[in-house]
Design a protein around this ligand. Structure first.
Ligand code: RVP
Length: 497
């Protein structure tokens, strides 16, 4: 006879936190959101820790290099999507690893033979007024000069005037050499009253620009997460089909951590993939697995060697797996079950395997609930898709700005490996939708608001660290009537101005 799980499948919106004693030390500025990403012996430090408990979803519409750079600069981590050719995924990883705060690869470049008209066209396209003039017009060609808006006068210069006749030529430029630190570059900028310092390699090729303003923005990122060589941390998604080719390419590109990406991870395919990686690389390559929704799934992956386990089936905002296949579990219940298994596993083995709550986080307070229920970090798609840094188009629809957001199981993404059940048959139905999300601006501004809410809630619960919260939170189920009571009610709301 089938097993009936008596516990109702519940989600975050059905719970609230009951405040604990807030001591005088328990203020937002004392709250640390530092959290382990990978397994470690209890009481020791994990090989990778994040400064904020957020990772971005392994999705085409979320985790490209631009978002990965910004998230790592703010203390979290992205998993670059795996539903693309191996070479292009590895290139994205490389792009994140190559990022040096304040050192920007020039995205506006022309040759001396181009004209003022070309300069203006490029300016309209990129919005950047500093243009690198290289022998072949590429970002890393030999540097021959620079054009800024101070080099031409639109009222006098003809549009067909050649760049070589008005650029600031190389011998008049102050340049720095690869290897300079950001503060050394900044010193040159100040000494010579420059706006831009081109950085060239020993062969005279353009490597980067350092702009005056970027030095300050570096100081604004105290949470930045980086590897010992000071490069930003980045992760990447893999699948259980082509891992023998994909993993070596990603490792070669410098990836810090991998994650097997599947809607249902309780499978022998995942076990095989984990074992192959561990046989090839030992603990030099860290790899998470999932997704699971119960104790059995967690234990299976933990014992197979997963460095973290991801929890959640069917809760994602763009996900229709539950409707299509009838599998899944309320995210809160799944998380509680897996968290219990993680703690039991630690008690038995002395090894702490972090768990990640993936999908279905709608309000900021859901994030605190997920952490209180035992998640070490949270994976989000919809949340990040709304920002400037996500790789999708920003559109104006019915006077509202939106960004595109589509599921990996949609026809648009065609990430069938994620939903693959083995064998040779190809997938015949979608498990995700193609949608829009309201545009929300810069990641940094949104993170600041979200993190300050999380810290305020933690202080109300009397917790200054995530482990504190996990051990001491008081969580209560709420009735549907009390959910209504929680919003504004029985008043006539004023129109927002
Ligand atoms: P959300 O943050 O609620 O948008 O959910 C994102 C999560 O949804 C992803 O991390 C992934 O687990 C899941 N997902 C991604 N694509 C699909 C799908 O097409 N069904 N689901």
């Amino acid at each position: 006879m089938a097993v009936y799980v008596e516990e109702v499948s519940r989600t975050f919106g059905e719970y609230l936190l009951i405040p604990g004693l807030t001591t005088k030390q328990c203020v937002p500025s004392n709250v640390s959101l530092r959290t382990p990403l990978v397994k470690h012996a209890a009481g020791t430090q994990a090989a990778i820790e994040l400064n904020i408990p957020f990772v971005s979803a392994i999705m085409q519409s979320v985790s490209g290099p631009e978002l990965a750079i910004e998230l790592a600069r703010n203390g979290g981590l992205s998993f670059i999507f795996g539903s693309q050719p191996i070479a292009s995924q590895a290139e994205m990883v490389r792009k994140v690893k190559k990022f040096k705060a304040g050192f920007v690869t020039s995205d506006s470049n022309l040759t001396p033979e181009h004209t003022l008209d070309d300069v203006l066209r490029l300016l309209r396209q990129t919005g950047h007024s500093t243009i690198g003039i290289t022998d072949d017009g590429t970002p890393n060609g030999h540097l021959l000069g620079l054009v800024t808006s101070r080099d031409y006068r639109l009222s006098r210069d003809p549009l067909d005037k050649k760049i070589k006749d008005f650029m600031t030529p190389f011998d008049k430029l102050i340049v720095g050499e690869v290897g300079l630190t950001l503060s050394e570059a900044n010193q040159i900028i100040w000494d010579h009253k420059l706006n831009t310092l081109p950085i060239i390699d020993k062969d005279g090729r353009l490597a980067y620009f350092v702009f005056r303003k970027d030095y300050d923005s570096h100081k604004e990122n105290p949470n930045e997460v980086s590897s010992p060589d000071k490069k930003l941390l980045v992760g990447a998604g893999i699948n259980t089909r082509d891992y023998q080719e994909r993993v070596p390419a990603l490792v070669e590109a410098g990836v810090d951590v991998l994650c097997i990406d599947s809607s249902d991870g309780y499978s022998e395919w995942q076990c095989e993939t984990l074992q192959w990686i561990k046989q090839q690389y030992g603990d030099k390559v860290l790899v998470g697995a999932g997704n699971v929704v119960d104790k059995e799934g967690f234990l299976y992956l933990a014992e197979a060697g997963a460095d973290f386990v991801k929890v959640g089936i069917g809760g994602g905002s763009i996900c229709i797996t539950r409707e299509q296949k009838g599998i899944g579990r309320g995210q809160a219940t799944a998380l509680q079950d897996v968290a219990r298994a993680r703690d039991e596993y630690q008690a038995r083995t002395g090894i702490y395997v972090p768990i990640c709550s993936d999908g279905g986080l709608v309000h900021d307070y859901h994030m605190v609930l997920a952490l209180a229920m035992g998640a070490d970090f949270l994976m989000m798609g919809r949340y990040f898709a709304r920002f400037d840094e996500s790789p999708t188009k920003k559109l104006c629809i019915k006077n509202n700005y939106v960004k595109e957001y589509w599921g990996e199981g949609s026809n648009r993404a065609q990430n069938w490996q994620r939903y693959d059940m083995g064998g040779t048959e190809s997938l015949k139905f979608e498990e995700g939708v193609d949608s829009y999300v309201p545009y929300a601006g810069k990641m940094k501004d949104n993170l600041a608001a979200t993190l300050s809410k999380i810290k305020a809630t933690m202080c109300s619960c009397g917790a200054v660290t995530i482990p504190d919260l996990q051990q001491n939170a008081k969580i209560t189920l709420v009735s549907s009537t009390s959910i209504v009571e929680g919003g504004a009610h029985d008043v006539i709301l004023k129109e927002k101005g």
